[in-house]
Design a protein around this ligand. Sequence first.
Ligand SMILES: *[C@@H]1O[C@H](CO)[C@@H](O)[C@H](O)[C@H]1NC(C)=O
Ligand SMILES: *[C@@H]1O[C@H](CO)[C@@H](O)[C@H](O)[C@H]1NC(C)=O
Ligand SMILES: *[C@@H]1O[C@H](CO)[C@@H](O)[C@H](O)[C@H]1NC(C)=O
Length: 406
Amino acid sequence: MARKLSLTHLMLLALTWRGTVVQCLALTAGSPAVDPPEDLLISDPGHLGHLDISWSVPAAVRNLTPECARCVYQLEYFNTNTGSWSAVRTARRSYRAQFDLMKDVRVRVYTLLDGPCTNSTVIKSQNYTEVVRRPAGTGVVGTEVQDFLCVYQNMKHLECRWRRSLKTPADSLQSFYFWHRELDHAEECPKYIMLGGVRSGCDFTDKPLPDFTDINFCVNGSSPDGLLRPSFFSLQIQNHVKPEPAQLHLHVEADQLQLQWERPAGRVPGHCLDWEVEQNQEGPDGKMKSEKVNVQQTSFALTSVHDKDRSCFRVRSKLSRYCADRSFWSEWSQPACYPEEEAVPEPEPDLVLVYVYVAIAIIAMLVVLLCVGLVLKVRRSRKTKKPDSLLTTLFARNSAVVATEA
Ligand SMILES: *[C@@H]1O[C@H](CO)[C@@H](O)[C@H](O)[C@H]1NC(C)=O
Ligand SMILES: *[C@@H]1O[C@H](CO)[C@@H](O)[C@H](O)[C@H]1NC(C)=O
Ligand SMILES: *[C@@H]1O[C@H](CO)[C@@H](O)[C@H](O)[C@H]1NC(C)=O
């Protein structure tokens, strides 16, 4: 039935595209198989994870006439960041994608045939061509860096830091490289951050990096025991912003406690910031109670003002999820308290302490003098009297004096 239909249709096709009939017959009336692409290749141009993938047209399709050979390719690759497969369709025979070079790179490509010869339906190759690229696996085992972290301070200073693994030989030299789309080749860190005499980070203050594009990083190096195992990272810097701490002001207005703060100056868009207000209140029982409130605006009002219980407030901010996938919390602002600390009417506490010290010193001196006087007196009395233990002498002092006089 299906075959009949397809044959009728092919006759129609033959009337329209006389020249291409032979090839098309093979395609639709014969096996529905379209071969997957050939010569699939993954190559590394040295962009620290941005790999080139290329393939060629399958032989069966190459033999078709140009009208029939309207191929599209479906490329699927395993995305190690999301742990799932990503798929793209392209008419080209090459593609570039981002991979983690510390993990397997797995790529599959299908052929999709479309156009007049397939009755305008898409025929997909039943199988795919697959290539798996394993990590190079070179370098001393266990020398990958740890705790790699980049912080984009107030969208102005980007700093990336890492920690050496314990297996890294003491006198190894680590190097840090980066690449993004605007660079022809990977470049080395413009300014290393040193910690304890070893490279432990990179400061990009004088070399701004573009946002909203993948930046690839690599920490590699050498040691007397051989090369260190390279570590690769990829990130977009707008997802690593840490806003500057705010200045918090506090005043009472119409029985309301008003908290107010300013947005940090600089490139961080004000509307992007989410705020967190923290209230620490000391209850009558001396226990601290902490509460947090999230707000969008840069002010906050409290209606119930308990004059007796002192409250301290601080705020911090981070980029909202509408502006960035992720963000770091800023540091807390300096705390502002209500009621403020009452001014102490008594003499300054420092002065009181000085008085106390002077008094203690005088008393101590008097005691020492007394003791010295006592000892001297005892010695003198020993010279005149036969030696005896000090205690006995002290206890018997009065009677002894009486005895010698007598
Ligand atoms: C071609 O497509 C038409 C409509 O899209 C359909 O009715 C017909 O069966 C198809 N012919 C073949 C051979 O697939
Ligand atoms: C599909 O292709 C892969 C290699 O690319 C091969 O290992 C597998 O056996 C093929 N499957 C079928 C059903 O032909
Ligand atoms: C580290 O990586 C960079 C960039 O790929 C490369 O130029 C350099 O030779 C590597 N260094 C070592 C010691 O492997």
